[in-house]
Design a protein around this ligand. Structure first.
Ligand code: ATP
Ligand code: MG
Length: 550
């Protein structure tokens, strides 16, 4: 018998009839939430990938010929695409992109990828949109091809040809590559290996679909903001599959919550023993590297060089994630007992009701949209640093970043109006200013009159749980972490004082703008107003946490 993972399984039990039924209801729930795509859509994706494979070979051939290779050598040079991300794991939905890696032989450069391949793609009638981002951490061509969003990344191997039967599992392929090539190969190498490390891929996929929906509904799915991302959630589920190799998806979900709510962090979650390899690169090792000892909930990628996929988790986000595991375990007990259903497990978070105070970090740009995306992206990627600075302020017990950003673009008639919008955006008062302005509906494309001032805004929220000692006369002081954060942001390599703006606002729970709530949610009301209008307040359904916060 094969043993999967670093310990023997907990149980080899086959599912009981009751578990099979529970699993049927899980699959039903996933279907009703639109998790699966239909067969025609699945065929379409395969068709598109076949086309991209052909175009990749055409690309490599063309570059080879340009570099004076013979017809025969140019034909043999090959080129091969691989996928990673949710499509590769088999947990994508109808709207998901296909994360695609283009692997080429050593004479085909990254510049060739953006220029020559870019041109080949542009000539295709299927190409609907294309946005090359050559200077990203992982350089990428984002496009929509035949109705399907595709993220194309590039890696070159130190080989004269890349045949169709090439596999990426051999770590010797990583020799002599630059860092960007290594990063690009990593996605496919990790997802491929995860799939070989789970006993029953179908069971793994069902359980992972459920956990991904759950993590999004509970607002704890976001690598940048200190929560696990797609790969980390996949590995967490995969480990449970290893421990219960014969279980159905529903049982894996149940065990997932029970095991992780009691896990002795920072003990790492491993899918296999960490391997050594031929490169001068760091492999995760807390015995050797003090930084790795700081990881609070390590989940380690299986492919060499192993890394921690959850190094972004902070003290606060750890608490929040563990609370969610506990909630999941309790609800699953009731689901198994027939007292609750899967939709109870997947109920929406109450983030915008649960704290009294929030900070709203606003990144704004009075320039074109492309400039804004860079500026906002920079701030987004640094938000965790603000979270960590706030976590150590006396009287602050939880610093809770929201897992998604909000973005808007407007045309202002003059600078004064633009500045007013930037000043109020993110608060209830901002709603009124937004109503007075013309929206830029499609910032990617829309042309703007020269006399208008374009304002692009992105906001991120951080909930604060404050726990000041009532006997002490100390006040909460978050000035210092905020001003340090400003300094850090304004130190951005291409920061421009006249067009890039960063603000941090204090927003009380009843001063939130409307867009953070769903239509069926009743906004929290200011306590004094509530007293004046008790009947109205009683008629409204308000979550308990919000009443407690008021
Ligand atoms: P979806 O179904 O929404 O596409 P996904 O898991 O495929 O889900 P993507 O956003 O498409 O998520 O990302 C695919 C993969 O790309 C991730 O699993 C990860 O390996 C890598 N990735 C994406 N964004 C980042 C990032 N900011 N940092 C590191 N890796 C990233
Ligand atoms: Mg994807």
């Amino acid at each position: 018998m094969t043993t999967y993972g670093v310990t023997p399984p907990v149980s080899l039990a086959n599912p009981t009839p009751k578990e099979v039924t529970l699993n049927d209801t899980l699959v039903q729930e996933l279907k009703s939430r639109g998790s699966f795509e239909n067969e025609a859509a699945a065929r379409k994706r395969i068709e598109v990938l076949n086309t991209i494979q052909k175009l990749t070979e055409e690309f490599v051939y063309k570059v080879s010929k340009n570099k004076n290779m013979s017809e025969g050598m140019a034909k043999d040079a090959g080129g091969k695409i691989f996928t990673y991300g949710s499509y590769r794991l088999g947990v994508h939905g109808p709207g998901s992109d296909i994360d695609t890696l283009v692997v080429v032989p050593k004479h085909v450069t990254r510049e060739d990828f953006f220029e020559v391949f870019g041109e080949i793609l542009k000539k295709r009638p299927e190409l609907e949109e294309m946005a090359p981002v050559p200077d990203a951490f992982v350089p990428i061509i984002k496009m929509e091809f035949d109705g399907i969003p595709i993220d194309l990344i590039y890696a070159k191997l130190d080989l004269p040809k890349v045949p169709r039967d090439l596999k990426l599992d051999d770590k010797n392929l990583l020799r002599n590559l630059d860092e960007r090539d290594l990063r690009s190969l990593n996605g496919t190498r990790v997802t491929d290996e995860i799939l070989t490390l789970v006993p029953k891929p179908t069971v793994f996929k069902h359980a992972l679909r459920c956990i991904k929906i759950w993590a999004k509904r509970r607002a704890i799915y976001a690598n940048v903001f200190g929560f696990p991302g797609g790969v980390a959630w996949a590995m967490l589920v995969a480990r449970i599959c290893q421990l219960y190799p014969n279980a159905v998806g529903a049982v894996i979900v149940d065990k997932f919550f029970h095991i992780y709510s009691q896990w002795s962090w920072p003990q790492p979650v491993l899918l296999k023993q960490i391997e050594d390899g031929p490169l001068q690169v760091r492999v995760w090792n807390p015995k050797l590297y003090p930084n790795d000892r700081l990881h609070k909930m390590p989940v380690i990628t299986p492919a060499y060089p192993s890394m921690c996929a959850t190094h972004n988790i902070t003290a606060s986000t750890q608490k929040i994630i563990i609370e969610e595991f506990k909630r999941g375990a309790e609800i699953m007990n009731q689901v198994v007992a027939g007292e609750k259903t899967w939709s109870d497990l997947l109920a929406k978070h109450n983030y915008f009701f649960r704290y009294k105070f929030y900070l709203c970090v606003v990144a704004a740009t009075k320039d074109n949209y492309e400039e804004h995306l860079k500026w906002a992206g920079f701030i987004e990627s640094r938000l965790r640093i603000l979270v960590q600075k706030l976590e150590v302020v006396e009287g602050v017990s939880i610093v809770h970043p929201f897992f998604e950003i909000f973005a808007h673009s407007f045309k202002a008639k003059d600078n004064t109006k633009a500045d007013e919008l930037i000043a109020k955006y993110g608060t209830h008062d901002g709603d009124a200013v937004m109503k007075e302005l013309d929206k830029i509906e499609n910032p990617n494309k829309d042309e703007i009159n020269a006399e208008d001032v374009p304002v692009h805004l992105t906001k991120m929220y951080i909930g604060l749980d404050i726990n000041l000692n009532p006997k002490s006369d100390k006040k909460l002081d978050i000035q210092k972490p905020c001003s340090e954060f400003f300094t850090l942001c304004k130190g951005w390599a291409t920061y421009k004082e006249e067009s890039n703006f960063i603000q941090i606002k204090n927003v009380k729970v009843y001063d939130m703008p409307d867009d953070v709530y769903d239509e069926d949610e009743t906004r929290p009301v200011k306590p004094s107003k509530r007293k004046k209008d008790p009947l109205k307040a009683q008629n409204k359904k308000r979550p308990k946490s919000e009443v407690a916060a008021a």
